[in-house]
Design a protein around this ligand. Structure first.
Ligand SMILES: [Mn+2]
Length: 474
């Protein structure tokens, strides 16, 4: 049994008498008849190994002849000449293990056969298939009303089941992740060697991605962030078109994919090969936070443990550097550090760079287990164009709660409420030391927890500032 069949069997056990309808990714148009680069939806690929768009998988464990059906684009000589090879219904069966396969156009008729007699459908709403599927279920209502037949009455999101599978990596999955990490390390090394003042960010990007491709990675895990100087303070910067200047730091957050698994690495290094004193001071704080956080990323600890460890070390450093008005405990409890460290310390890593699986279960942070893999990526970003910052002297505004509230209430309403809550709180205006303005540093490695312990999969890429300088100068 191949890994995809194994996953389907595991999923079939979990859904029992139900029917699961899993749509593939869709192509999107860039302009005219040109599409954006297509990459299969990770959950669909996880279950099928099928990388073409416009497909639907139906998993129906109790079906007598077709527990696994694929709906795919049919073979079409002319379309294939223009747009590329298709496996077709024959290939869906012979190469991808489907018990039955039909052209995608036949979905409506064929799917009905699976739904009649089934009470529970596992389907995640939000795909363009919604109208088709829900309309189809509705059209079956007379069968239940007049003839007493069983039709679907329960729609269940399969994501918690599938995300749970994806959260815990098997050995073959870990091997793909390892390869993605190894390739990404080589690309980052090439970027450090290549970079010098006077080249554009996109040229560094090309030098790095050249290595990704040469080493066998068909695509990046996400759009490369190559951010020099003040651009490093833009968390998801992807323009990558600035001319790199002498004295700049270059922050690169980029990684390759292997076997549909993605690495996720960030390094920050001096374009001219030497950190300035303020750059080095900020770098040392971020590195200390990252190392401390990685050290607690072990079985039995939680995501929150890692996050709080990183925040404490970062905040301690920010206080020492004169970037915060109060001491360590006040700065933590009033969340002043968020002026400079405004994102989380890490996320799950796997087929998607921000991989499936919740970090919390209810109010509890998830405990780390063997098979989990994640990033550890603290950062400090000092805005280039801000001379002073006003800190609210008030406790109890926990950022996690504030963010959750933003999702629940909507951002505008939640922000209005925040302003209301802090309206009468005392404030202190703090001057940001000029030498730190425009410095952005993030350091990110990929960790996997195996039976042998926690392993840093990207440790081969230098992170020690002296080693980073040596590599940049080589
Ligand atoms: Mn990341």
């Amino acid at each position: 049994m191949d890994q995809f069949a194994q996953r389907r069997a595991q999923f079939a056990d979990a859904i029992g008498d139900g029917v699961a309808v899993i749509p593939a990714g869709r192509e999107t148009t860039r302009n005219d008849d040109v599409g954006h680069e297509f990459r299969q939806d990770s959950t669909f690929y996880f279950l099928t190994g099928f990388s073409e768009p416009d497909a639907v998988a139906v998993i129906h464990p109790s079906h007598p002849t077709a527990p696994y059906t694929l709906f795919v684009r049919p073979r079409d000589r002319e379309m294939e000449i223009w747009n590329g090879y298709r496996a077709g219904t024959e290939g869906a069966k012979s190469r991808f293990g489907a018990d039955a396969a039909f052209p995608i156009e036949d979905l409506s008729d064929q799917l009905k056969e699976h739904l009649i007699g089934t009470d529970t459908v596992y389907y995640r709403t939000g795909s363009p298939l919604d109208d088709t599927l829900l309309g189809m279920i509705q059209s079956l209502a007379p069968l239940a009303a007049r003839y007493g037949r069983i039709i679907p009455t329960r729609l269940i999101d399969p994501s918690p089941i599938l995300d749970g599978f994806r959260l815990r990596k098997s050995d073959p999955e870990l091997a793909h992740l390892r390869r993605a990490c190894d390739v990404s390390v080589l690309g980052h090394e090439a970027a450090m060697r290549f970079t010098k003042p006077g080249v554009h960010e996109y040229q560094v990007q090309a030098a790095m991605e050249h290595v990704f491709r040469q080493e066998g990675s068909p695509r990046n895990g996400y759009p490369s962030i190559v951010a020099s100087g003040p651009n490093a303070c833009i968390l998801h910067y992807t323009e990558n078109d600035r001319l790199i200047e002498d004295g700049d730091l270059l922050l690169i957050d980029a990684a390759a994919e292997s076997g549909h698994f993605s690495s996720d690495i960030t390094r920050t290094f001096p374009a001219n090969g030497r950190f300035s004193a303020p750059q080095r001071a900020v770098y040392d704080v971020v590195l200390a936070a990252q190392r401390a956080s990685i050290a607690v990323g072990t079985v039995g600890n939680t995501h929150r443990d890692m996050d709080e460890t990183a925040k404490r070390v970062v905040t301690e450093g920010l206080v020492d550097l004169g970037l915060l008005p109060r001491g360590l405990e006040d700065s933590l409890s009033m969340h002043h550090y968020r002026q400079y460290f405004m994102h989380g310390t890490g996320h799950w890593l796997g087929m998607d760079v921000h991989d499936a699986g919740s970090v919390q279960i209810g109010d509890e942070s998830r405990t780390l287990e063997i098979g989990m893999s994640f990033t550890v990526e603290p950062g400090i970003y000092v805005a280039p164009d801000q001379e002073t910052v006003e800190f609210v002297l008030m406790e109890g505004l926990h950022p996690a709660a504030i963010y959750e509230r933003r999702f629940r209430m909507g951002w505008d309403a939640a922000r209005k409420l925040e302003q209301e809550e802090t309206k009468d709180a005392p404030r202190v205006t703090h001057e940001i030391p000029a030498e730190f303005r425009g410095i952005g540093v993030r350091i990110e490695d990929d960790i996997a927890i195996t039976a042998a312990g926690s392993e840093n999969l990207t440790a081969a890429l230098p992170v020690d500032p002296d080693e980073v300088e040596a590599l940049c100068q080589s």
